[in-house]
Design a protein around this ligand. Structure first.
Ligand code: ADP
Ligand code: MG
Length: 614
């Protein structure tokens, strides 16, 4: 048999050293994937040079032109050829790859860009005249004088003209342009004290896409101001401040309330020692922190900065340095997960302040066609309501993360409840459509979704019991025999030990059946067959990739749904008030297990506006 192999022939080819042009083009393939990555490299160079103002201009999504100007330290004329040479850098003085304090250190970016595009590097260092050097497809020209007052300008035209294969992988000009803007936002969030401008030239017309002035004040004020400008006021209003430290690591920043989420992870900005990263482990930790507060297809917003001794982290794992490796990955994950969980639990009842705005907006507009299903996208109103605007104003004050919605849950729970109006969720006045509890508060009206709220309460109760002595179970008078496929029965019985800890006592009952003997007391009377079916569904869902703890949490969450006050059940006044008081006392009760809010408050002032009373 003579199967043709790759390039196996009789005439053996000799081994040859690749020439620099090819080496640079190969390296460029790793460093410069698309215009946004070229912009990243150039802007990082400007930041390393201590720039305070950085201007980026692109044309045709960055394909025909990328220009980055800075007011940084500049390059002396004699060093210009070296700047374009491969593996030439001014940033690795000691040659220690674990002692890195700059964005760059590999000395590859300019050489790579010069190999795949037409590049002109002009610069002026203090005490020198301005000078420029040009390179095209790797061929480097002489150093010439250039008129320039200070700093550096890199102009890159016709990116990838020398590597047409790469051109084919680029997306539309619009998509590439957006990626450039996104990249700049990521860098801008990490460097609030530097001013950034992004301009786009289309059809000869220049437009400013992004203008972020250098933020003044101390670093934390500057960061907050920059976050507001980049992420929008909605985020500022619905953010929770994070500040936690452990064993030399420090995590600071802001994350969104679970009721303020997005359909993708685009709004998750993570920085390690000031370097923006898209690191899977860190993103996974962020996700895990929201574990049972958000459904799997919703994503929190976040701007988080992790600071650690430089020796704890290796940034040299990927040419673009977007992935990092920690010496103690478990420690980092633990810090992120606990810090965020703790901060969210402290928020207790708080739900997205934009919800009430959305509700009021919908009331003052004609009703939309079709059923009013929960749609996360609608949570973000196209324009903020007056209450939201006021909250936005409040959000500018220091410490906005703690209590923009206006109450400190645990502090007031124990207060006596005569009328209850002074309590956060007020005094229950009515139940409507057998589904919603209407309560009166000091300055507004609260509407509670009784099913969603009760489901969360039952879930939190189950989790609490599990963390303490195990979930309290109650024996069924007559064990319930539930039939299922033999392999399903085997699968669920395999977990019998763990399920017993969460209050479900199961026994084998011949092939294809199990006997349910005990169920969690907190659930009250449940339909055992439906409950087990749900647990099987949960197990079928990508179970392998999750830890046992996560799976048990997910099972608890599903069980809670079975034990909840169903929509449609009439509640007495004392039952309604009891539900409100328990919500106030229970952490994370502002959203149900699917990330939906459990309640909204309409302020009297806004209701009055609806009726044009103001
Ligand atoms: P690296 O950033 O890894 O050092 P680069 O190829 O990006 O590699 O840049 C090579 C060198 O050129 C840098 O080390 C720096 O000395 C110089 N340089 C590049 N861009 C600038 C700039 N905007 N201002 C000042 N010096 C620069
Ligand atoms: Mg660089």
């Amino acid at each position: 048999m003579n199967a043709p192999g790759p390039n196996i022939s009789d005439s053996r080819a000799v081994i040859r050293q690749l020439d620099d042009g090819i080496i640079n083009r190969i390296a460029a393939g790793e460093v410069v994937e698309r215009p946004a990555s070229a912009v990243k490299e150039l802007v990082e160079n400007a930041l390393d040079a201590g720039a305070t103002r950085i201007g980026v201009t692109i044309a045709d999504g960055g394909r025909s032109l990328i220009r980055v100007e800075d007011d940084g330290s500049g390059i002396a004329p004699g060093e210009l050829p070296l700047a374009l040479a491969r593996h030439a850098t001014s940033k690795l003085g000691g040659g220690d790859l674990l002692d890195i304090h700059s964005f760059g250190f590999r000395g590859e970016a300019l050489a790579s860009l010069a190999a795949v595009g037409r590049l002109v590097l002009s610069s002026r260092a203090p005490g020198h005249d301005g000078a420029a050097i040009a390179a095209e497809g790797g061929a480097i020209g002489p150093v010439r004088p250039a008129a320039l007052s200070r700093g550096t300008v890199v102009e890159l035209r016709d990116l990838f003209f020398a590597t047409p294969a790469r051109l084919k992988f680029l997306r539309s000009e619009r998509a590439e342009g957006q990626a450039v803007a996104e990249m700049l936002r990521r860098l801008a969030l990490a460097e609030p004290q530097v001013g950034f401008t992004l301009r786009d030239i289309t059809g000869g017309e220049e437009r400013v896409i992004l203008r972020l002035p250098a933020e003044s004040g101390d670093l934390s004020d500057a960061r907050l101001a920059r976050i507001g400008r980049v992420m929008g006021r909605d985020f500022a209003q619905n953010a929770v401040a994070i500040d936690a430290a452990r064993e030399g690591l420090r995590l600071t920043g802001h994350v969104s309330l679970p009721t303020f989420s997005r359909g993708t992870g685009v709004a998750q900005h993570l920085q390690v020692n000031g370097r923006p990263v898209r690191d899977r482990q860190l993103l996974g930790a962020l996700r895990a922190a929201y574990g049972d507060l958000l459904p799997r297809d919703r994503h929190p917003l976040a701007v988080l900065r992790l600071d650690c001794p430089v020796r704890e982290v290796d940034v040299n794992v990927h040419p673009a340095k977007s992935e990092v490796r920690f010496r103690d990955a478990g420690l980092v994950r633990g810090l992120i997960v606990t810090a965020i969980r703790h901060a969210l639990a402290e928020e207790g009842l708080r739900t997205s302040s934009t919800l009430a705005g959305a509700a009021l907006g919908a009331m003052s507009r004609p009703p939309a066609a079709g059923p009013h299903q929960w749609q996360p996208r609608r949570w973000q109103p196209d324009r903020p309501a007056p209450a939201a605007l006021r909250a936005a104003h409040a959000a500018q004050a220091p410490g906005f993360g703690e209590a923009a919605a206006g109450f400190a849950p645990s502090a007031r729970v124990d207060a006596p409840a005569p009328g209850g109006e002074d309590l956060p969720l007020g005094a229950a006045r009515a139940q409507v459509h057998g589904t919603y509890i209407i309560a009166q508060t000091a300055d507004g009206v609260v509407i509670v979704d009784q099913h969603a709220a009760h489901e969360r309460l039952v879930y939190e109760r189950l989790k609490r019991q599990m963390a303490e002595n195990g979930v309290a179970a109650q024996a069924l008078l007559i064990p319930q025999v539930v039939e299922m496929a033999p392999d399903e029965a085997a699968q669920i019985l395999e977990l019998a030990g763990d399920l017993a800890r969460i209050g479900l006592l199961l026994e084998p009952f011949g092939p294809g059946a199990v006997a349910l003997r005990e169920t969690p007391a907190a659930l009250g009377e449940v339909d055992g067959a439906a409950l087990l079916r749900d647990i099987l569904d949960e197990l079928a869902e990508d179970g392998a990739s999750r830890t046992l703890g996560d799976r048990l949490d997910a099972i608890l969450s599903r069980m809670a749904c079975h034990g909840s006050v169903r929509a449609g059940r009439a509640l007495r006044g004392d039952e309604m008030n009891a539900l409100l008081r328990e919500m106030e006392a229970t952490p994370r009760s502002g959203q149900c297990n699917h990330g939906r809010p459990t309640w909204v408050e309409l302020k009297l002032a806004d209701i009055e506006r609806l009726f044009a009373r103001r």
